[in-house]
Design a protein around this ligand. Structure first.
Ligand code: NMX
Ligand code: MLT
Length: 556
């Protein structure tokens, strides 16, 4: 047992030797698993023989480990010798060896998120995946062999006829949603991502490329890796001419989501997966062309999306890409918005809309369509059509239109009573209050909260932001009074529109396209893993009302 920083202790969990170099994993029990990253990374322990410094940090999710009977997050510190570059590279090898040994050693350790990596090949995302995939395939195989018959819950008739709410039925590696806490991307909450993922400038919003890296590998990338990925996406971003012509075939009045989804369908002509499948390839290779398609798709969407925007709202005057900019900033630039604060907003926007576990309509659709071995373009186009529904992604459009019609009716200086009347009027007309409620969340969406924080920092006096804040006070009690709404709190869509409007992107009907560009990051990442893990065709059982009646009568 060793002591570090006063009261806290670290304890060696496992170690191995590679080329004479010892490599160890240490646990640091803490209730703030990620809070101390900076100070920890500066800590040195005078361990015998080696000058060790913390280079890696991850944390083990509850439940409790061998070190405690109560559940607490545990930081895992992988210590590495730093006495010379040779040693450095050998220690990387040692760490990899240790890592795969640990994965087999303990079931609880499989939930470790390895958050830092260091080596030259680590700059290559594809190489990293290639490394990780066999390990993850083994994990899944073992899980199935050892626990295949374990029940995850009881399916009730209610679940069957109420949109499968609460029914666990999908494997989705990239993110997980907690009803109270909200989304975690590979184990990291939004504030943790804001703290840990590289930003364009110090203290800024996370770069979505960093999130893409995290979703794909489970590791927090460093700035060098993110810059490399930005460059890779840029190199893949060329959109063939026929895509623009396909969009041009639609009337300019067509909904932006229709134009966008049509553009994605036109991109499908380029599918590597389809070509490779037609030629024939072993199942173990499926993930490779899926990777190519997903990365190309993610890279090309900003160009297609901005084309749609400029075509509809700016007389078709296209703005070329700026290769000096990162993914989100370049997207904003191509749309026509170069205010540095807007670039920051776009980075935050694209990061937080990217993934929301697997059961939401768009993600689930992509997963389902992909399970038929339809390529990522076909799968994602299908997802976009789900995202275009008003109960899902289109809600961001609905929110701004709803607030604008409120202002038109009552002016900007609206009283609380007027607001209440407006909400009730909406409900009595048979409509939902857009931006409120959720199929899984039972508290305020952390994506709402981080957008609110952005507004408080950058546009505290914006009249529409003030209205959104007032609605936050007025709507939840009314929805609670209705008695049937399971979650009266705001979701991501309640806030996004007023931020975009503040910086001049005020065309509400376009908003869902932005959501779509971002969602490609989560969907694309998971599609790669779907194929890497060899997930099968999705085909749940359906039954008739007669079947249910007979079954339930017999059962009771
Ligand atoms: N306004 C009015 N009624 C609502 C609302 C709302 N915001 N939210 C739920 N309800 C109603 C819902 O329509 C249902 O009524 P009924 O029994 O008469 O059919 C009842 O409350 C129970 O619904 P819940 O179980 O609370 O919610 P459910 O899981 O079925 O639906 C949403 C979730 C998100 C579809 C629903 O809350 C909603 O329609 N919200 C408004 C639209 C919205 O903001 N969607 C965006 C979701 C996030 N996203 O980006 O995708
Ligand atoms: C999403 O981001 O997909 C929405 O919040 C809807 C959901 O999670 O069901």
């Amino acid at each position: 047992m060793l002591y570090a920083r006063g009261k806290e202790y670290i304890s060696k969990f496992a170690s191995c030797t590679e080329s004479g170099l010892q490599c160890s994993v240490w646990f640091l029990p803490t209730t703030r698993p990620l809070g101390g990253v900076k100070s920890l990374s500066a800590v040195r322990w005078p361990l015998p023989k080696y000058d060790l410094k913390v280079l890696f940090l991850g944390f083990l999710h509850p439940p409790a480990t061998a070190f405690s009977s109560r559940p607490f997050p545990v930081s895992i510190l992988s210590l590495q010798a730093i006495s010379g570059s040779m040693v450095f590279f050998r220690s990387v090898a040692a760490l990899s060896k240790l890592r795969s040994r640990l994965a087999h050693q303990s079931t609880s350790l499989r939930s470790i998120r390895w958050l830092q990596v260091q080596s030259t090949s680590d700059l290559d995302l594809h190489a990293q995946l290639k490394d990780m995939i066999p390990e993850q395939q083994e994990c899944l195989k073992k899980l199935k062999a050892e626990h295949g018959k374990v029940q995850l819950g009881n399916i009730t008739l209610d679940m069957v006829i109420s949109g499968m709410r609460g029914m666990t039925g999908l494997l989705w590696e990239t993110s997980l949603l907690d009803p109270d806490e909200g989304i975690r991307f590979r184990g990291l909450s939004i504030p943790e991502c804001q703290k840990l993922l590289p930003a364009a400038s110090s203290g800024g919003e996370p770069l979505p490329e960093g999130l893409l890296w995290l979703l794909l590998t489970g590791k927090v990338p460093n700035k060098e890796q993110v810059d490399g990925l930005s460059a890779e996406l840029q190199s893949r971003a060329k959109v063939p001419e026929h895509v623009f012509r396909a969009i041009d075939a639609l009337p300019v009045t067509a909904h932006p989501m229709t134009q966008f989804a049509s553009g994605v369908m036109a991109l499908q002509v380029e599918s590597e997966f389809q070509k490779a499948y037609e030629k024939g390839m072993p199942k173990t290779m499926f993930w490779e062309p899926t990777y190519e398609d997903s990365m190309n798709l993610i890279a090309r969407l900003p160009t297609v999306a901005s084309y749609v925007y400029r075509r509809i709202y700016k007389d078709g005057q296209i703005i070329p890409a700026d290769s000096s900019l990162d993914y989100a900033a370049n997207f904003s630039h191509m749309l026509g918005f170069d205010d540095p604060k807007m670039l920051e907003l776009m980075r935050l926007y694209v990061t937080i809309h990217s993934d929301h576990e697997g059961g939401n309509v768009s993600a689930h659709t992509a997963h389902l369509v992909g399970s038929a071995l339809s390529d990522p373009y076909l799968s994602f186009a299908a997802a976009l059509n789900g995202l275009a529904g008003p109960l899902h992604g289109l809600a961001n459009q609905e929110v701004l239109l709803w607030i604008e019609s409120l202002v038109k009716e009552c002016g900007e200086d609206i009283t609380t009573d007027q607001l209440k009347d407006y909400v009730w009027k909406t409900l009595k007309s048979g409509k939902v209050v857009p931006g409120y409620g959720h199929g899984v969340l039972r508290k305020t969406d952390p994506r709402y909260t981080c957008q609110r924080e952005f507004a408080l920092k950058h546009l505290p006096d914006d009249p529409f932001f003030k209205l959104v804040s007032k609605l936050y006070e007025v709507v939840p009690p009314i929805l609670t009074d209705l008695g049937k709404v399971k979650n009266p709190w705001p979701n991501v869509d309640a806030h996004s529109g007023v931020l975009l409007k503040h910086f001049g992107l005020s065309e509400a009907r376009y908003f869902t396209v932005l959501f779509g560009v971002s969602r490609s990051i989560g969907i694309g990442s998971q599609l790669i893993w779907d194929r890497a893990l060899g997930l099968p065709l999705e085909r749940p059982k359906s039954v008739t009302m007669d079947w249910l009646r007979t079954y339930c009568t017999k059962a009771t």
